[in-house]
Write a protein that binds this ligand. Structure first.
Ligand code: NDP
Length: 330
């Protein structure tokens, strides 16, 4: 294996102006950790887009290799749980934020952060799912814990044509839910139906200020958007329902009233993937491997070479990415 490898590096100058450059690194440049992984596939999540464009303070240590998730093969390990040759996945734990991340040929991390690549999945399959898809599964599991079964009525998915949304639709439809997909891209209706959406609504219906209580339209749903959209989702959730919230594509605010909580017993289920406990991650990934239709995953994912990762990161912030982007390493 070559001593050096290509990497993307985010730096800051004295005026705190951010720059993003291609560079050549060696393992000596990586940060501390007890497992080294040859990165075979990575991906571009919304958070990676925020990091590379500098639109939000995702990166909190400079210089840093961005990229919040990867799949690959262990090349060195002093951790009890891993040995050379093991296939692994990493999502979150501050990788690509405060610890050097995925956009490099190799990564050195804490072995406790890794989960095994499920049998039958390739590194590229895992990154077609990526952190967005694994978060979608965490949302589905949160709804299940709250008893949101298909018999309870329809479920709504916002940011439908994005990464979290696309995987959430495929998973929920696969379980027999009647899925309402909320999107700003009417042109993606056929794609969303192929994933299993039964109805498509225009995201404009949910993006303005919410009334305290609206007509009861769904038993719950998965929200990747936040702000007014989440407030409207809550106000239209039927008695005893629940919404799993994981994203902020519209905004980080939540201009809602307590009416859905105190008059309809609606629950807001917060979902975090970054610090999620290991048992939950392993369960989520095992279930993704079993339940996510491989054909639908093929429809969700497009593949770009590593050389295009910076362009793809800008595209995701500008809403030009459909589904998920897999980044193939050289
Ligand atoms: P994507 O960019 O792939 O999807 C976001 C989607 O949101 C877009 O495709 C678009 O869907 C919709 N959208 C974008 N801008 C707006 C807007 N202004 N108003 C309403 N809808 C909008 O991102 P991901 O799926 O990767 O991530 C989605 C969100 O989830 C992000 O905020 C991300 O940070 C968050 N996230 C959180 C995690 C956690 O641990 N809590 C983990 C992973 C992601 P459409 O075109 O269909 O309207």
């Amino acid at each position: 294996m070559a001593d050096t490898f290509q990497a993307v590096l985010i730096s800051r100058d004295e005026d705190k102006k951010q720059s993003v450059d291609w560079t050549e690194l060696s393992e000596d440049d990586l940060m501390e950790g007890d497992v080294t992984v040859a990165v075979e596939a990575t991906t571009v999540n919304y958070k990676d887009g925020l990091a590379i464009t500098g639109k939000a303070p995702v990166v909190r240590r400079f210089p840093l290799v961005p990229g919040i998730d990867f799949a690959g093969t262990v090349t060195k390990s002093t951790h009890d749980g891993w040995k050379e040759g093991d296939k692994v996945i990493l999502n979150g734990w501050g990788v690509g934020e405060t610890h050097c991340g995925a956009y490099a040929g190799r990564a050195r991390v804490n072995g406790d952060w890794l989960v095994p690549l499920p049998d039958g999945m390739t590194p590229k399959d895992a990154m077609a799912v990526g952190t967005a898809g694994y978060t979608a599964m965490l949302c589905v599991m949160a709804l299940e814990r709250h008893g949101i079964t298909p018999e309870r009525g329809p479920v709504v998915v916002t940011g439908a044509a994005g990464g979290v949304g696309s995987v959430a639709i495929a998973l929920l439809a696969g379980q027999g839910h009647h899925v309402i997909a909320s999107t700003g891209r009417a042109s993606e209706a056929d794609y969303l139906k192929e994933l299993g959406a039964s109805e498509i609504i225009d995201r404009e219906e949910l993006s303005g200020p919410a009334r305290p209580l609206g007509k009861e339209r769904w038993a719950g749903g998965v929200d990747a958007v936040g702000s007014h959209t989440l407030a409207n989702m809550l106000s239209m959730t039927s008695y005893g329902g629940a919404v799993a919230a994981c994203g902020l594509a519209q905004g980080m605010d939540l201009p809602a009233s307590v009416a859905p909580f105190i008059l309809r017993g609606v629950s807001l289920l917060g979902v975090d993937s970054v610090m999620a406990p290991k048992e939950l991650r392993i369960e989520a990934w095992q279930r993704i491997a079993k339940e996510l239709d491989h054909k639908k995953l093929g429809a969700i994912a497009s593949v770009v070479p590593f050389s295009e990762v910076i362009t793809a990161a800008t595209d995701i912030i500008e809403g030009r990415v459909r589904g998920r982007v897999v980044v193939e390493m050289p």
